[in-house]
Write a protein that binds this ligand. Structure first.
Ligand code: FUL
Length: 682
């Protein structure tokens, strides 16, 4: 009798568990809103930086150049849109107003806009032109409106806040659906401000009234994602080079600081997916001098894996040129990049392959076959208590692969903390060889590893915050992509060229011609103690493939400089072609004084900030003297968030003695460092 009762109880319990497990796994908080999920699925979209800065050759205009300077000769938003589309990007965000305050639409709030420019006799509206071009092409449209306004006389007062909100209202009511609204965090302080030319500081957390801004945006565009400000839907990834942390949680704590942005937080209390922004060239705005510095195909492809492949989105910027069109070098590269990714991830080797799971949640809805069907909304799940399990894919014949993509079903939260990938080869299981961390997954994780031929593929989910919910696993064989070489010249004027891949050969030219495999073969470092341009390619004979060319313009040799002040043998760090080795200047009057071996026509200089992790000691405002005459002064705009080599040009002057003086460092830091320094000569 007792036995019967026990059997009955077990049966009831079994039924209960079965029914219970038929239910979807419980969400693990925080979870994304449906709009945040839809945004993440866009994966890649474009930025356009265009405005007065373009015509002033600046990154951050001061707000003092007349609106009449804005004069694109051949503006064509359809050309931008066709480049964006051909690059596989799903939308465009336009800098409707950058920090200089110049508005690309005929706003009622200020005279500082296209309406006072010669473009279309002041009758043009670029926000309208681009939003309509996007509609025609089926692309999404987004707005960047800089809160900081270096032109407005009212900046810093309550009046400006009203102007700022009125600008937002105009942009949100007149230009159709907005998918993303971008508030920039930069607040540099000094500006023109109606001619007062002074420093104005505000508390960005309260001054701009971001809750009110959020209400307006969501009232008019409920599904728009807000970037920046105090009430955002998505988060900046913490750098401007387009790369997320190896571990990247979408959850993060509300009060997180910038250092946590690349990684998020396993126990974060809000869901804020990461967005990786990067320009296709060093600067955000167009500068002719960067025409040969468009990022290489290999670099951009790498960034795709470091952003989308690490649970973030990728925002790729096009600095529109003075004509009003995207430069051909940028458009060609962006389309090549899209094709390269398509070819790397073309054929899913796991499609319809037999797969077994070590655990399957009760109920047919969560079957393991959901992990490699083509339906995003179906997923494989484990029972509630099972947080580690394996998936094994059995190839029918030996299959060669070097990429694995895994996706979690994020509407139920991000769960996986640790996993590993193995392949079975001749009956033996071995781990794949990769430098990628196998920690978080989130919306999408793509691992790159050494090419292997396998009979089976196994994914071990080792630790998670709850039952596993995996909606997609794919594998690919990406063709080899040859990485361009790195060229550098040291303090002894010795040039070294390093290949990006083991096994590639390097060919180079010194006469500005394009290198081919007929050019000079690089075998060892060589002396190059003169001004000139070195171009080099890597070539892999195994695949008969070459990289894009690296181009390095070298000015007068390091041996032509004598450092007069400071006197230290370590000042050779300033000329060693390596921004990671830096020299610290002495305060309170931080300056570098050099003399050249002979008089030269000097037309500019370059300052490479320390490329190491210490970014607090960069010069933000400088003066440059030639033979004791002040020839240039100004700011290194955006150096804090984007510490790239700064190139300053001026009208050429003859001289021999050059002094670079730091007037101010970022955050008023007392330390001053220089990674590299060089003059630019005629
Ligand atoms: C930064 C700005 O200061 C840059 O100029 C650029 O617009 C970039 C996207 O954001 O914070």
């Amino acid at each position: 009798m007792i036995k019967k009762k026990i059997i009955y109880l077990i049966a009831i319990l079994g039924l209960f568990t079965a029914c219970h497990n038929d239910l979807a796994p419980e969400a693990i908080l925080p979870i994304p809103t449906p709009e945040q999920v839809a945004w993440q699925k866009l994966e890649t979209y474009a930025f356009i930086h265009f405005g007065l800065n373009t015509f002033n050759d600046l990154e951050w205009g001061y707000g003092d150049t007349p609106a009449s300077t804005f004069n694109p000769s051949n503006l064509d938003c359809d050309q931008w849109v066709s480049v964006v589309k051909a690059s596989g990007l799903k939308g465009v965000i336009l800098t409707a107003k950058h920090h200089d305050g110049f508005c690309l639409w005929p706003t009622k709030t200020t005279e500082y806009s296209v309406k006072n420019s010669p473009w279309k006799d002041g009758k043009g509206d670029m926000v309208k032109e681009l939003s309509e071009a996007c509609k025609r092409a089926g692309l999404k449209f987004g707005i960047y409106l800089s809160p900081w306004d270096r032109n407005s006389e009212h900046y810093g007062t309550p009046e400006y806040v009203e102007i700022f909100h009125a600008q937002m209202e105009e942009l949100l009511t007149n230009y159709g659906p907005i998918f993303e609204y971008w508030f920039d965090g930069a607040n540099g302080g000094d500006g023109y401000y109606g001619g007062t030319n002074e420093r104005r500081s505000i508390d960005a957390t309260t001054y701009y009234q971001y809750s009110r801004a959020r209400e307006t945006i969501k009232r008019l565009h409920p599904s728009a994602m807000i970037f920046g400000g105090t009430e955002a839907d998505i988060r900046w990834i913490g750098n401007e080079h387009g790369s997320a942390g190896q571990t990247n949680w979408s959850p993060i704590n509300e009060d997180a600081n910038y250092t946590q942005f690349p990684y998020g937080n396993e126990n974060g209390n809000i869901w804020l997916g990461g967005e990786c922004d990067v320009s296709i060239r060093p600067g955000w705005f167009y500068h002719k001098r960067e025409d040969h510095q468009v990022h290489s195909l290999a670099h951009l492809t790498d960034l795709y894996y470091r952003s989308v492949g690490r649970n973030a989105t990728f925002l790729l910027n096009f600095p529109v040129a003075l004509t009003g069109r995207i430069h051909p070098s940028d458009s060609t590269r962006a389309v090549e990049w899209h094709k390269s990714i398509q070819s790397e991830l073309r054929t899913n080797l796991l499609e319809n392959i037999s797969v077994k799971a070590s655990n399957e949640r009760n109920g047919s809805k969560y079957a393991v076959s959901n992990s490699n069907d083509s339906d995003w909304d179906s997923y494989w799940a484990t029972n509630d208590t099972v947080i580690n399990a394996t998936l094994t894919y059995d190839f029918e014949k030996p299959t060669t692969l070097n990429r694995v993509m895994i996706q979690e079903y994020i509407p139920l939260g991000q769960r996986v903390k640790k996993f590993s990938v193995e392949i079975e080869k001749n009956g033996e299981w071995i781990s794949i060889k990769t430098t990628d961390a196998m920690s978080t997954i989130g919306y999408k994780r793509i691992l790159r590893f050494q090419t292997e031929t396998a009979d089976k593929l196994r994914i071990n989910f080792i630790d998670a915050k709850g039952a596993l919910c995996i909606n997609n696993v794919e594998a690919f064989l990406a063709p080899a992509l040859i990485v361009e070489p790195k060229i550098s010249r040291n303090e002894k004027d010795i040039v070294t060229i390093k290949a990006g891949d083991i096994g590639s050969k390097i060919y180079y030219t010194l006469d500005n011609s394009e290198p081919t495999i007929e050019s000079k073969l690089y075998t060892a470092p060589f002396l190059f103690a003169k001004k000139g341009t070195i171009k080099a390619i890597s070539y892999d004979s195994q695949f008969d493939k070459k990289s894009s060319a690296s181009v390095t313009e070298l000015d007068i040799p390091a041996s032509s400089y004598t450092v007069v002040n400071p006197t230290s043998s370590r000042t050779d760090y300033l000329f060693d072609g390596n921004g990671y080795t830096s020299y610290q200047l002495q305060t309170p009057s931080p300056e570098l004084v050099v003399t050249l071996a002979k008089e030269a026509l000097i037309k500019g200089f370059t300052y490479t900030p320390n490329q190491g992790r210490d970014n607090a000691s960069h010069i933000s405002n400088y003066q440059l003297f030639v033979d004791d005459n002040l020839v240039s002064e100004g700011e290194f705009s955006n150096i804090k968030n984007h510490p790239i080599k700064q190139i300053i040009n001026f009208n050429s002057v003859k001289g021999k003695k050059v002094k670079l003086k730091s007037i101010k460092q970022i955050n008023n830091n007392s330390r001053v460092t220089i990674g590299d320094f060089s003059v630019i000569t005629e």
